[in-house]
Design a protein around this ligand. Structure first.
Ligand SMILES: *[C@@H]1O[C@H](CO)[C@@H](O)[C@H](O)[C@H]1NC(C)=O
Ligand SMILES: *[C@@H]1O[C@H](CO)[C@@H](O)[C@H](O)[C@H]1NC(C)=O
Ligand SMILES: *[C@@H]1O[C@H](CO)[C@@H](O)[C@H](O)[C@H]1NC(C)=O
Ligand SMILES: [Mg+2]
Length: 274
């Protein structure tokens, strides 16, 4: 069932890409160190007319689509445009996704360390989980990089494996925030029934401690992530915590009420959650 990254004009190197896809994933996510020369020039964001996209794929418009998604001009979309599968695949597996993630967590850290925080244990940072704390890229790499309609059965099977790698940039931010004395609260759209596998997964990849892990309870069934997460952040504030920062890959993580003093949007061209 594995989809390949293909190109009508593929070079030998490009043809070999599908076979080594999971190898690259393993390398990327097994290290939180430098990730520089793991993939060389065969994967590049800006190759609109050759390589990744091929001449039949207007790569520039996939880039524009991604920009539209990231700045929330394009909303409520169900799937990545089919012609952008290769583009999104190369973006996610190449350097750019990691560079973009680092640009986000770097600025988040600059902000956090500039604060003169009170030492009363009430400062919290809210982290989303999927595509923020943990990465489901191994799953999406096998499912068309978001071009396939979301399948809750197969996605939940993947979640229950408990093997999602950390997004290394977020893990670094998490560790530095803890050292600064900031408490971490996870607020995730994952359901209560996935609490134990989520805890196991988080601990296995380096997230060892947190103030709260909020999962979507049955009280919120049918409610959007926007409504659910706003309500849970309000509860946090009512219980005396100050949300100094909030990071997620979806706009619904960082819009609404009690969003926190500053919000940080990680890249995610794979799916949209309202
Ligand atoms: C930091 O906060 C403390 C207590 O709120 C205050 O006494 C101190 O002057 C502040 N320091 C700076 C550099 O703003
Ligand atoms: C969803 O995934 C399940 C489990 O892999 C599979 O049996 C089912 O056919 C999939 N549904 C669709 C519509 O593809
Ligand atoms: C966060 O925002 C509140 C309300 O505007 C403000 O009182 C507080 O000083 C801010 N805290 C930080 C750490 O910037
Ligand atoms: Mg998320």
């Amino acid at each position: 069932m594995q989809r390949s990254l293909h190109s009508p004009k593929s070079s030998h190197t490009m043809e070999r890409l599908p076979g080594v896809l999971l190898f690259f994933l393993a390398i990327f996510f097994s290290t939180t160190q430098a990730y520089e020369p793991l993939i060389n020039h065969q994967i590049h964001l800006l190759r609109p007319k050759s390589g990744a996209g091929g001449s039949s794929v207007p790569g520039v418009s996939c880039l524009s689509w991604r920009l539209g998604v990231e700045v929330r001009n394009i909303i409520n979309w169900k799937t990545v445009p089919a012609q952008c599968e290769s583009y999104v695949g190369h973006y996610m597996l190449g350097h750019q996704y990691r560079k973009d993630s680092k640009a986000v967590t770097d600025v988040a850290w600059l902000y956090a360390k500039s604060l003169n925080l009170t030492k009363d244990g009430k400062n919290v940072w809210v982290f989303d989980i999927d595509e923020t704390t943990l990465s489901n890229l191994p799953y999406y790499a096998r499912h068309g990089f978001g071009t396939e309609v979301y399948n809750s059965t197969s996605f939940n099977e993947w979640v229950l494996e408990g093997t999602a790698p950390a997004l290394p940039e977020s893990l670094q931010l998490y560790k530095k925030l803890l050292k600064l004395g900031v408490k971490v609260v996870f607020i995730t759209g994952r359901g209560e029934d996935q609490r134990s596998v989520t805890i196991t997964n988080l601990k296995n990849v380096g997230y060892h401690t947190w103030e709260k892990l909020v999962l979507k309870g049955s009280a919120y069934s049918g409610k959007t992530s926007y409504v659910y997460k706003s309500a849970e952040r309000e509860k946090l504030e009512k219980s005396g915590f100050r949300i100094i920062g909030n990071i997620g890959d979806q706009w619904s993580d960082i819009l609404g009420t009690s969003v926190g003093n500053r919000t940080f949007k990680l890249p995610d061209p794979l799916y949209y959650i309202s």
